[in-house]
Design a protein around this ligand. Structure first.
Ligand code: ADP
Ligand code: GN1
Ligand code: MG
Length: 363
């Protein structure tokens, strides 16, 4: 507690320290809600212990976040009403981080008030609003030069690299876990065509500033109106293709169940949610999309679900060194879940393609 109070005291927050509590359900950082008190008023902040194992060069991530939030902040003056953008709270030494004696990094954001996050989409309206928020974010950054950003995780959405990493983890099998994951490893091999399909087209896709982590709980919703309010978790904003952002929405919005649901009969692609997400996304991004991007949105869904299964499986084999886990086979459960979702999406591929076609006609 005292230690936390000291950490918080390094940031230029208003008021006096009041409380802190663990917050949110992200897989990477350790997030707290920090409350301070100014007289009768309470002020809220998000204070995060940064995961430097995942992001090896924290200062580059923070430099990116600063550039992006400043750019978006400027743009809000003329941008779409109703959207908020993240705002960082500087430390007293004017850096955007505090580094403790163990080289742990902390950072602080203004808490976006009256907001909620969802770990699962329940209604088409939520899907539409979430997709609009991510679409708006892409459009807002379409004038930002991708090369100006640091690469915060090299090869983040490089499918060939992800396949190689899985192979390496399976070969070394340091924890003798491979025997539990034989079926899943084989299944990844059988589905390799998805990687080939992507590798055959990716060169014709424009390189943009993309978010690269458009999961449903990385958008804040207005607690009263349910409208998309703010895109958060900007650590992986890097040069990329739109397939990543559309794909990760397909992955996290359309599934009937959370990504760690063990009962695979509940892991099902929902076409009506896909329809709503595609409609919201296209409404925002239609003006900037190339024909090649439109033609390959479905491939984005397949690619990102496939890649996520590979990433969870690799982490299971490597001993849960990347994602936070709550129990020993959590990553294996997640990998199975994603492979089931991929099957379900592939069963509906024709339907999803038809939905997109009819949306393109309406635009
Ligand atoms: P991780 O990389 O671990 O997912 P996030 O930056 O996404 O970390 O933060 C974790 C959670 O904290 C989010 O899912 C959200 O619930 C909450 N959160 C993060 N930033 C804010 C903010 N500025 N205002 C309100 N809630 C936030
Ligand atoms: C992580 O940080 P969070 O929880 O929003 C991960 C994503 C994965 C996701 C799977 C930096 O996202 O790439 O898709 O978990 N973030 C990083 O749920 O690896
Ligand atoms: Mg997150």
């Amino acid at each position: 507690m005292n230690n936390f109070k000291f950490i918080a005291s390094n940031f230029r927050t208003d008021g006096d320290f009041y409380s802190f509590t663990p917050y949110g359900s992200g897989h990477i950082h350790t997030t707290f809600l920090l409350t301070t008190q100014s007289g009768r008023n309470f002020n809220k902040y998000i204070l995060q212990r940064f995961n430097a194992r995942v992001f090896r060069e924290p200062e580059k991530v923070l430099a990116n976040t600063k550039m992006i939030t400043a750019y978006l902040g400027e743009r809000t003056k003329t941008g779409k009403r109703g959207m908020s953008y993240l705002s960082m709270v500087p430390a007293f030494d004017n850096n955007y981080w505090y580094r403790d004696e163990h080289d742990q990094y902390y950072r602080c954001f203004q808490f976006i008030d009256n907001s909620i996050t969802l770990d699962k989409v329940d209604t088409p309206q939520q899907a539409m609003e979430g997709a609009k928020a991510f679409g708006n974010f892409l459009v807002a950054l379409s004038g930002f030069e991708p090369c100006d950003l640091h690469i915060t995780i090299p090869d983040f959405h490089n499918i060939q690299k992800r396949l190689n990493d899985l192979q390496d983890a399976a070969n070394s099998d340091d924890l003798s876990r491979r025997r539990h994951a034989g079926d899943e490893i084989s299944k990844v091999g059988e589905m390799r065509g998805i990687a080939s399909e992507y590798l055959a087209v990716h060169q014709i896709l424009p390189v943009r500033v993309t978010h690269n982590d458009t999961k449903i709980n990385n958008v804040l919703f207005d607690a009263d109106t349910g409208k998309g309010l703010c895109v958060i978790d900007l650590d992986t904003v890097m040069p990329g293709t739109i397939l990543s952002d559309f794909g990760d929405m397909v992955r996290t919005f359309t599934s009937l169940s959370a990504e760690d649901e063990r009962d695979l009969s509940k892991v099902l692609f929902r076409p009506e949610i896909f329809n709503a997400l595609a409609e919201g996304f296209l409404e925002e991004t239609e003006g900037i999309l190339s024909q090649a991007e439109k033609n390959n949105l479905i491939l984005g869904g397949k690619l990102i679900i496939y890649m996520q299964a590979i990433r969870f499986l690799t982490d299971f084999l490597a001993g849960d060194v990347y994602y936070k886990t709550d129990y020993p086979d959590h990553n294996l459960v997640r990998a199975r879940n994603q492979l089931k979702l991929l099957d379900s999406f592939l069963e509906h591929e024709k339907e999803a393609t038809d939905i997109l076609e009819s949306l393109f006609m309406e635009l």
